[in-house]
Design a binder for this molecule. Structure first.
Ligand SMILES: CSC[C@@H](O)[C@@H](O)C(=O)COP(=O)(O)O
Ligand SMILES: [Zn+2]
Length: 219
């Protein structure tokens, strides 16, 4: 057992829980333990990820099968984590469902991607050019997990650090836990900013149009 990796993942889980990013037992997290052959800790399925217990994680192989003798069931979405480790240099992979990532995934789902530019937070992805942009692909939320994990695999390019799953959530990764968390926090900031920006734009348009806004007269 790798106590260090376990604790690193448990600490990240606590921080994301403090942000209320695990509603209704949703979300799953993993951290790589070994490269060749691949093994990683992944959250147990269906449990309340706000709680910190000795049964939070189990060690699985490249096929998402448990390596150790355990009664715990690996996350239903373990194959997504396995794909991320197979295709990238990730050391940690995080999957959360938030209102903002769901709204953005649905709003841009038909386009297949959402692109951010002109916001300081894209520097969290090592994009330093003033006109740089960050694109997050969006895939359909296939019910069949092997199909879903293949859809995620299909949109991963060398520069990809996250994939949105429409009306479901986001899978985001980094070379280690700290970087994965940085990427996730930056993206949720950008999503939240954009959702509010769209709402505000509509509001301003309503004001300019002299519309009766709810029961408030606007002019
Ligand atoms: C309980 S709704 C969320 C699940 O269907 C799933 O999408 C999820 O993120 C958590 O599944 P889990 O098997 O606990 O890792
Ligand atoms: Zn999920």
């Amino acid at each position: 057992m790798s106590i260090d990796k376990w604790n690193e993942l448990a600490d990240i889980k606590d921080e994301l829980a403090a942000r209320d990013w695990f509603p209704g037992t949703s979300g799953n997290l993993s951290i790589k333990v070994n490269n060749e052959p691949l093994s990683f800790y992944v959250t147990a399925s269906g449990v309340d990820k706000r709680k910190r217990t000795e049964k939070d994680f189990l060690l699985v192989d490249q096929w998402g099968q448990s390596i150790e003798q355990t009664s715990l069931k690996p996350s239903a979405e373990t194959l997504l984590h396995a794909q991320v480790y197979r295709l990238t240099d990730a050391g940690c992979s995080l999957h959360v469902h938030t209102i903002d990532n769901n709204l953005i995934s649905d709003m841009y789902g038909d386009t297949g991607a959402v692109t951010f530019r002109g916001n300081e937070l894209i520097k969290a992805f090592n994009i330093w050019e003033e006109d740089g942009e960050l694109t997050i692909p969006i895939v359909r939320n296939f019910g069949d997990i092997p199909k879903l994990s293949q859809a995620v695999a299909d949109v991963i390019k060398p520069e990809t650090r996250a994939v949105l799953i429409r009306n479901h959530g986001i899978t985001v990764w980094g070379r280690d836990g700290l970087e994965a968390k940085k990427h996730l926090e930056a993206l949720e900031f950008l999503f939240s900013f954009h959702v509010k920006q769209l709402l505000l734009t509509q509001h301003v348009q309503a004001i300019k149009g002299g519309m009766n806004y709810g029961n408030i007269e606007i002019s």
